[in-house]
Design a protein around this ligand. Structure first.
Ligand code: ATP
Length: 243
C-alpha cells in the first residue's frame, strides 16, 4: 500500500489580513514526484513555505513522516529530512561552490563525520561534473543553470527524504530547464528521494510526475495522476496550450 510521507490538511495562509490559501489538502507518497501547478499568484510558493516552516501565518496542519511539523521552524524541519530549494535558488554568491555545498550538510555535523560528508560530496560532484570543475569558483559567478544545480546539490547534502523544489527551471534557457527536470527524475531513481515540485512549465512537469495538483486562487482546482491532469480539457486550454 502507498504510504504518505507528507500530508497537508486544510491549510490556510495569510499575508496580513488577506487570506491567500483557503484550505488546501494534499499528500505526497513515498517515492513519488508530485507537481504543484497553477497560474501566477495561485499560492504555490506560499504553500511550499507553509510546508517547510517558512510561513508562519497559517492554520491547518502539516504531517511529515507521521509527525506533526506544523509549528516547527524551517531550520529544524531540514534536520528531520525535508529540504527546500526556494525560487531563485538563494545560494551564497560570495562563497565558493564547495563551501555552498558544505553548508547543505552543516546541520548533520558532528554526528556525521566530515569524512563521510566529503564522500557524499563526491557523489554530488559525479552527478554534477560542472560543479566539480568549478568547485573553487564563487557561487555568484555561476550561470543560472549551474546555480540551480548547486542549489539542488546543496539540498541533497542534507540527505533529504523529501525535496521541495520551487520553480527550478525559472529563468533558464529551454534546454537547460529540460536538463534540470531530467536531473530531478534521476535524483528520484538514484537516491529514492520523494519530490514535491512547483513548476510553471506544466507540460515539462507533468512529463516527469506521477501525480499533480492544480491550484487556482488558493484552492485545489484539480488533482490526479499526471496522465489524468494532462488529458483534462481545462488544463489543456489553460496550461498546455491546447484548445
Ligand atoms: P508565482 O507562480 O507567480 O510564483 P505562486 O502560485 O507561487 O505564484 P504565491 O507567490 O504563493 O503564488 O502568491 C499567492 C498570493 O499571495 C498572491 O496573490 C500574492 O500576491 C500574495 N503574496 C505573496 N507573497 C506576498 C507577500 N509577501 N505579501 C503580500 N502578499 C503576498
Amino acid at each position: 500500500m502507498e504510504k504518505a510521507i507528507l500530508r497537508v490538511e486544510n491549510m490556510k495562509a495569510r499575508y496580513g489580513p488577506v487570506e491567500v490559501l483557503h484550505g488546501i489538502d494534499l499528500h505526497v507518497n513515498e517515492g513519488e514526484i508530485v507537481s504543484l501547478l497553477g497560474s501566477n499568484g495561485a499560492g504555490k510558493t506560499t504553500l511550499l513555505n507553509c510546508i517547510c516552516g517558512l510561513h508562519g501565518a497559517k492554520d491547518g496542519s502539516v504531517w511529515f513522516r507521521d509527525q506533526d511539523i506544523t509549528r516547527i521552524p524551517a531550520e529544524l524541519v531540514v534536520a528531520r529530512g525535508m529540504a527546500h530549494v526556494p525560487e531563485r535558488r538563494q545560494i551564497f554568491s560570495t562563497l565558493t561552490v564547495e563551501d555552498n555545498l558544505w553548508l547543505g550538510a552543516s546541520h548533520r555535523m558532528p554526528k556525521t563525520s566530515k569524512r563521510e560528508i566529503a564522500k557524499e560530496m563526491e557523489t554530488v560532484y559525479e552527478r554534477f561534473p560542472i560543479l566539480a570543475e568549478r568547485k573553487w569558483q564563487l557561487g555568484g559567478t555561476l550561470s543560472g543553470g549551474q546555480q540551480q544545480m548547486l542549489a539542488i546539490g546543496r539540498a541533497l547534502l542534507s540527505r533529504p527524504q523529501l525535496l521541495l523544489l520551487d520553480e527550478p527551471s525559472l529563468g533558464l534557457a529551454p534546454l537547460i530547464a529540460k536538463e534540470i527536470l531530467t536531473i530531478v527524475q534521476e535524483i528520484r531513481s538514484q537516491w529514492g528521494t520523494t519530490v514535491l515540485l512547483v513548476e510553471q512549465n506544466a507540460r515539462a512537469a507533468l512529463a516527469i510526475s506521477d501525480r499533480a495538483y492544480v491550484l487556482s486562487t488558493g484552492t485545489v482546482m484539480l488533482e490526479g495522476t499526471a496522465e489524468m491532469i494532462s488529458n483534462d480539457p481545462r488544463v489543456q486550454s489553460a496550461y498546455l496550450g491546447h484548445s
